[in-house]
Write a protein that binds this ligand. Structure first.
Ligand SMILES: [Zn+2]
Length: 146
């Protein structure tokens, strides 16, 4: 039982890490480019699937990656090019959802509105995503207790 908990925690950390990994493109000054695409998600799925020798791990990794793409697609983007290169390598166009669920975030640490704007964005994200995470945790605990 203790080992299962450690395995579950490790899996959650890995999948969670893959869910935020597309933003590593910030390090390369190509934010919302190919890393924010279904093509990158497919590549990650194949690589993780091969490394783990498990199609389930590959699928989970790909879904974690593409969930980031989907959530960013639903967010406001004020920095050109607007949107994300969601369909790379099939298209190099940038896409943004016609409706915006998530407010924009500030990446300008020195601006006075940085903290308030990002705190407001975090609250919206927690309100939208939090219930889904709570259901996932609750059902996981329920399944493991059976
Ligand atoms: Zn992103």
């Amino acid at each position: 039982m203790q080992m299962q908990r450690a395995d579950s925690l490790r899996a959650a950390v890995i999948i969670g890490g893959l869910g935020v990994a597309p933003d590593l493109d910030l390090l390369f000054h190509d934010h919302r480019g190919p890393a924010h695409s279904v093509g990158a998600a497919m590549l990650v799925a194949v690589i993780v699937g091969l490394l783990a020798r498990s199609w389930r791990w590959g699928l989970a990794a790909g879904l974690a990656w593409v969930s980031h793409v989907g959530l960013d697609w639903l967010g406001v983007d004020n920095a050109p090019p607007i949107g994300l290169m969601a369909l790379w390598p099939f298209s190099h166009d940038y896409y943004q959802a016609p409706i915006h669920v998530f407010p924009s975030v500030s990446r300008s640490f020195g601006l006075p509105e940085f903290w308030a704007r990002n705190a407001a964005a975090l609250i919206v994200e927690l309100c939208v995503i939090g219930p889904f995470a709570a259901v996932a945790v609750a059902t996981s605990r329920w399944r493991s207790s059976r």
